[in-house]
Design a protein around this ligand. Structure first.
Ligand code: ZN
Length: 361
């Protein structure tokens, strides 16, 4: 991992030794806006390496998006990838790295192992997904109207560049909802029944950094230090869920994103306060430590923070909540809650978090 201002330009050998023909995978805005694409181009031009830019990755990509980019990679003869962006370009590049190396789409699973993969370098331009350090790629799943995960060791990047400058031109709303994704990873992983000593200490470090940046996130005045702290918090969140996986709020958030287009971080974080309250009975001590690390006195303060960072008040009808519960309950994420979640518990958490307010529970 290479971090700090100018990390790409200061370590040209990393990209220069990656391959002879490199496909840069990014979105229409991420590469240009962040300044990362200009840095990568400068290094590749100086090194005389052939490259092509594919900037067609959409938010919340599906398998067809990955297949289309894999076709571009094959047509170009790419032998390596550089992914620039938030979770979407990074996750697409992960899946393309195995598809372009010959894997069939039907073989993509949660247990991809021992298959050839093109090496790829990850350059995050948001402080949220932590995808640069996980073996997971998450894409839309039209069958379940949710998301599915592709996972395995071949999906780890060969190298990562972390430069807080690349997040400085993000619009405030994107900064906030990607930060909410990082917070969700840290919190969901910390209280997970799959947590380990290692993931706990990573999560505490990440929550402390998040806590130091939280006021700036709320008032919208983020300086370079806040941006760097959030990028580090996001990175730590990625390391945490690489150990614990995410938890029930992610399973619930996938539905909100699929059906209502709610940005991923906001869609997950909206469920965090009620998920924590539900679990306070099983793991009160851990929730106390979590609030301490974030610099908060109680759950109400936690909830106020989440609400102040959500762009819109998401409300959905009871009937729709009922309909989404079986999919959520069957999602492997839901089983990571320390206090077991029955379907009626999930319904109550969802209803309190996003249900219409006029009816009572
Ligand atoms: Zn997430």
């Amino acid at each position: 991992m290479y971090r700090g201002t100018g990390a790409v330009l200061n370590n040209p050998d990393v990209l220069a030794s990656l391959g002879k023909r490199i496909l840069i995978v990014t979105s229409r805005t991420a590469g240009e806006r962040s300044g990362a694409l200009a840095d990568v181009r400068a290094v590749l031009n100086d090194s005389g390496i052939s490259y092509s830019v594919c900037d067609s990755v959409r938010p919340n990509p599906d398998l067809d998006d990955c297949l289309a980019v894999a076709d571009i990679a094959k047509a170009f003869g790419a032998d390596a990838l550089v992914a620039i962006g938030g979770g979407s370009p990074l996750d697409v590049a992960k899946i393309v790295s195995v598809l372009a190396a010959g894997m069939k789409a039907s073989d993509l699973s949660e247990n991809v192992s021992e298959v050839p993969a093109l090496p790829f370098v990850a350059i995050p331009t948001t402080a949220g997904s932590g995808s640069e350090v996980t073996r997971y790629a998450v894409i839309l799943d039209h069958k379940d109207r949710s998301k599915r995960t592709v996972a395995g060791d071949p999906l780890y990047p060969a190298a990562v560049f972390l430069d807080g400058r690349y997040t400085e031109n993000l619009p405030l709303n994107v900064t906030r909802y990607t930060a909410l994704d990082a917070l969700s990873h840290l919190v969901e992983g910390y209280i997970s029944n799959k947590a380990t000593n290692e993931s706990d200490s990573l999560a505490i470090d990440g929550m402390r950094l998040f806590g130091m940046a939280k006021n700036a996130l709320v008032n919208g005045k983020l300086d370079h230090n806040d941006r760097t702290r959030l990028l580090d918090a996001s990175h730590l969140g990625g390391l945490v869920i690489d150990i614990t996986r995410s938890n029930a709020p992610h399973a619930m958030g996938y539905h909100l994103t699929y059906v209502h287009g709610v940005p991923h971080g906001a869609a997950c974080a909206v469920f965090l306060p009620e998920f924590l309250r539900f679990n306070a009975q099983a793991g009160g001590e851990k929730i106390k430590r979590l609030l301490e690390a974030l610099g908060m006195k109680d759950m109400n303060e936690f909830e106020d923070l989440v609400i102040s960072l959500l762009e819109n008040d998401v409300r959905i009808a009871d009937a729709e909540i009922r309909e989404m519960i079986p999919v959520i309950a069957s999602h492997s994420r839901a089983s990571n809650s320390p206090r077991p979640l029955a379907e009626e518990d999930l319904f109550a958490i969802a209803k309190r978090s996003v249900g219409n307010r006029e009816t009572s529970l």
